[in-house]
Design a protein around this ligand. Sequence first.
Ligand code: PFF
Length: 446
Amino acid sequence: MDVGSQQRGQWTSKIGFIFAAAGSAIGLGNIWRFPYITGQNGGAAFVFVYLMCILVIGLPYLYAELALGRYVHKNPVGAIRAIRPGSAWVLIGGLGVVTGLGILSYYAVIAGWTVGYIFKMAIPNQITFGEFVANPYLVVSLFAFFILITILVVYGGVQNGIERWSKILMPLLFVLLLGLIVYANFLPGSGKGLAFYLKPDFSKITGKVVLAALGQAFFSLSLGMGLMITYGSYLSKEDNLISSGFYVALADTAIAIMAGLIIFPALFAMNQNPAAGPGLVFQVLPAIFLHMPGGVIVGMIFFLLLSIAALTSTISLLEVPTAYLVDEKRVARKVAVWIVGGLTFLIGLPSALSQGAVSWLSKPIVGGMEFLSLMDFVWGNISLTVGAFFLSIFVGWVWGAKHAATELQQGNPAFARWAPFWSFLIRFVTPVFIFIILLNLFKFFG
Ligand code: PFF
C-alpha cells in the first residue's frame, strides 16, 4: 500500500503495531540515556522512582495518547483540532511537532556515534571516545548519514518502512543483551555495580531525581509529544490498545533494566565513574568488548543493533512532523520528509559540534550542561513533561476521560472494569504529579 499525500497508512497487523511502537520506544533512550541518567542520579533509588513513574504515570498516559490517536486518526495537531477546533489547545499539538524536531536533532548525533563505533570496534589502535566526538568531520558526516537513512526509510511510508525492520531486529537485540548481562556479571568487582544499581538508598530521592525519572519515563516510552497519538492513528478499531500498549511498555522497560545490568557491573569492575554523563556507554562498553574473547565481533554486532534500535526511534521522531505536514499542510509525503530532515540537520549541527569540536559550544551553558546535554534536558525532559501535562488534561477533561475510556474499551471490553480507576489516574494523578514536579524545577533554578 502506498501512503500518498491524501491516503493515510495503517498497520498490517496487531503485531506490526507492537513492533513499530516498541521500535520507537526502544532506542538510545534505553541503552545510552537510561544508564547515564541513572548514574548521574545516584543509582538504585532513581531506578525505583523510574519504575514507579512508568507504572503510575507512563502506562496510563500511554493509553491516553493511543486512544486519542485511534479515535481521530490524525497527527497530534489534527487530533486536537478535530476535538476542539479553533481553540488554543492546538498549540500543544504544535509543541509536540517542534519537540520531535528538537529531540531528533541531537538524537541523530548520538545515533551517528553508534554507527561510527561499529567501525571503531574493528580498528586497532583506538582513538579515545573524547577524540572521536571532538572530530568535527567525523561526527558531522555520521550525523548526516544517519538523518539520510532515516529519511529514506520514512520515505517508504508506514508499513513498508517502519514495520518490516522492527520485526526482525528487536528480538536479536534482546538476545545479545542477555548474553552481555551474563558476561558483565562474571567480571571481578562487578558486585559493587549491581549493588549501586539495585540496592536503593531512599534518602537519595530528591525533587531533581524525581524530575529526571519522570522525564526518562516519558522519553523512553516515546510519550509527551504525540508520537503515540500518531502511531495510534494507524490502528483499527479491532485492535486491543490495552494489551498492545502494555507489551510495548513491558518490552521497553525490560530493555532499559537489562542495559543497566550490563553497564553498572562492568563499570564498577573497571573502577569508572557512574556520573560520567552522555559518554558513559561509549566509554564503558568498548572497554569490556576489548577484553572479551571474540569481543571485536560482539562489539560490532552490538553497535550495529544499537544503531538499528536508534533508527526505529529516529523514524518515529521524523514521522510526527512529517505526518503533520502531510495531514495539515497537504504537503506530499516525499517532500515533507526532506523538509523535516533538512531542518533537523541544521538544528542538530551545534549539538554535533558540542563535544569538543567547537570550544564555546562544548563549555557548560546552564546547570553545568554543554549544548547537547542542554538540548537533551530541554526537549528530552522538560518539553515532554510539559507536553504530557497538557495532553493528560486535554484527554482527561477537555475531550473527556469517558470518551477516551469508551475508545479504550473498543477491542477490549474487559477494560470497562478498570475505566474508573484509569480515569482517576489520567484526570488527577498525572497532571497533579507533573505540576508538583515542574514547580520544583523552577525552585531548582532559583
Ligand atoms: N523512546 C526513544 C528512546 O528511548 O530512544 C526516544 C523517543 C522516540 C522519544 C520518539 C520520543 C519520541 F517521540
